[in-house]
Design a binder for this molecule. Structure first.
Ligand code: C2E
Ligand code: CA
Ligand code: CA
Ligand code: CA
Length: 277
């Protein structure tokens, strides 16, 4: 019976497609990644549209795998969201981002806020409000030093519990931003219900904005919607001068994209920040 079981297992294993196998391998490696110090954060400045002033800084996770090299968060964050590993990783990210904000504030001047991606799973499991509160205190920061980037799908569930957590985060002085705005399944009514301060317009609306009149109309519409609701806006994925010129005609949203800066290492970000006025 033992042999039979093993054969069945092997058959099943072979039937798993390469993607699943890859996924399981990564999931196993992720378990040790925090202790082995394989994660680090990089930072991408969010600029005023004239490129003169850094308004805030998004923290983005990177995984330096011992044998596979640098792995993109797009390739491992979804795995961690399914496995629950995102809870510990998300806590580590908040901790690191707050330590970084502390470093900036120790250098004097007004530190720009650090924008942190918070996965919906971190809200479902709970505890994220306490983690934010604790790390702000530990690093002697104000709530305004942090921005929480959440996604529309979190608000879709429309649970009282989520609403309360978000309210408590805002009560700490932390701003809420909707990431990848316009790509989720939400209705717009949540903009009224939840204390949102900022919309981040996804790169997919920007890629063809110079040539595609529909994209132009959509972005223009989002900017006027945000304007009438007194929300600030960040345009993601701006790569060319032509895109920037198009956006300037629509208003003065904040700009995040390779045209102004790629995500950079902590030391480089500190250096940039020293020259930020
Ligand atoms: P996101 O939150 O939408 O982050 C923006 C992504 O766009 C980043 O990719 C950034 O490097 C990239 N980007 C910025 N400007 C440009 C541009 O001009 N052109 C192009 N082609 N790309 C640009 P990244 O760092 O690879 O992150 C991918 C996604 O992984 C993030 O998308 C976010 O959803 C997730 N992620 C990253 N760090 C974290 C984290 O700490 N926690 C969680 N939960 N998710 C994270
Ligand atoms: Ca983000
Ligand atoms: Ca985004
Ligand atoms: Ca995105």
């Amino acid at each position: 019976a033992k042999t039979k079981g093993r054969n069945r297992y092997e058959f099943f294993d072979e039937a798993l497609n390469a993607k699943n196998r890859e996924r399981n391998l990564l999931e196993k490696d992720i378990y040790c990644a925090i202790e082995r110090n394989e994660f680090h954060l990089v930072y991408q400045p969010i600029w005023s549209i004239d490129g003169q002033h850094i308004h805030s800084i998004e923290a983005l996770i990177r995984w330096q795998h011992p044998t596979r090299g640098l792995i993109s968060p797009a390739d491992f964050i979804p795995i961690t969201e399914e496995s629950g590993q995102i809870i510990a990783i998300g806590e580590w990210v908040i901790k690191e981002a707050c330590k970084f904000a502390r470093k900036i504030s120790l250098e004097g001047g007004t530190p720009p806020s650090i924008s942190v991606n918070i996965s919906s799973a971190q809200f479902m499991k709970g505890g994220v409000v306490e983690i934010i509160k604790r790390e702000l205190e530990n690093n002697n920061l104000k709530g305004a030093n942090l921005i929480a980037e959440i996604t529309e799908n979190l608000l879709l569930s429309d649970q009282e519990d989520i609403y309360l957590q978000l309210k408590n985060i805002v009560a700490l002085g932390v701003e809420l931003a909707i990431d990848d705005f316009g790509t989720g399944y939400s209705s717009l009514s949540y903009l009224k219900k939840y204390p949102i301060k900022r919309l981040k317009v996804d790169k997919i609306f920007i890629d063809e904005i110079v040539t595609d009149v529909d994209d132009l109309a959509l972005v223009s519409g989002i900017l006027s919607l945000a304007n009438s609701l007194s929300l600030s806006t960040v345009i993601e994925g701006v790569e060319t001068q032509a895109q920037l010129a198009t956006l300037k005609k629509l208003g003065s949203p904040m700009i995040q994209g390779y045209l102004f800066s790629r995500p950079i290492k902590e030391e480089q970000m500190l250096e940039l920040q020293r020259n930020n006025v």
